[in-house]
Design a protein around this ligand. Sequence first.
Ligand SMILES: C[S@@+](CC[C@H](N)C(=O)[O-])C[C@H]1O[C@@H](n2cnc3c(N)ncnc32)[C@H](O)[C@@H]1O
Length: 256
Amino acid sequence: MRLSIQKDTRTWKWLPFSSLFLQHTVSDTGRFVVLTSAKPSLTLNDLLSLGQHRVWKRMAVSWSGAKMGDQVLDLCCGSGDLSFLLSEKVGSNGKVTGLDFSQEQLSVASLRQNMSLKTCYKNIDWVEGDALDLPFPDGYFDAITMGYGLRNVVDKYRAMQEMFRVLKPGSRISVLDFNKSTQPFTASTQEWMIDNVVVPVATSYGLAKEYEYLKSSIREFLTGKELEKVALQVGFSSARHYEISGGIMGNLVAKR
Ligand SMILES: C[S@@+](CC[C@H](N)C(=O)[O-])C[C@H]1O[C@@H](n2cnc3c(N)ncnc32)[C@H](O)[C@@H]1O
């Protein structure tokens, strides 16, 4: 990977959700510039998950059933971690759409795509849109992933209905997120880790606000059984929620 260096380096900030080590600054001309190293490096998510988020995301993509030549959708794509994994799965003859309502996140995703030498990444389109009102026709996609998005959308039932609508019959969705465990020990371990590891580390990176809501959002989230129930209610023919890493994370797989 080539270096892009700007002389003016006033404000450095670590960007979350990137698999590359990115730093950005705004120059006097207002230009957004990036410095990246040749090798993929540690990110905040790597630090917070001890690198496990990469494994969880690979599992989610694998559960989606995406294959060469497929047309697939990554909802709430953020800076594109799952979209890039999907891109490799579907290859140059396939197509990935990464959708998010944050223009800022999509800019980071697009920047990562442009900086990569992997030609298959050209098969990704970034779309600014709402997961609750998808700008796609019925039965359009061969697979859908959603990583750490469902917990954040205001209407989970509606998001699931939309995923069902735009998915082809016989295809799958794969929804990765924190697991709302029904086991008291797992739930309290998860909360302890958030209070004592995640929030302090994120705070030291100036990202306290982004992570403080985590505990309450998991408390307000659906359990694995409840997620399965909603998937069946919106019309999926089967739904199974898998607990990952001792029940700290979870992945819903549902088939249309
Ligand atoms: C925690 S990030 C996850 C990013 C990425 N999927 C990952 O796993 O690294 C959640 C993303 O969901 C997006 N989001 C939340 N609600 C949304 C909605 N209704 N429609 C589209 N994007 C949404 C946010 O902008 C944010 O980028």
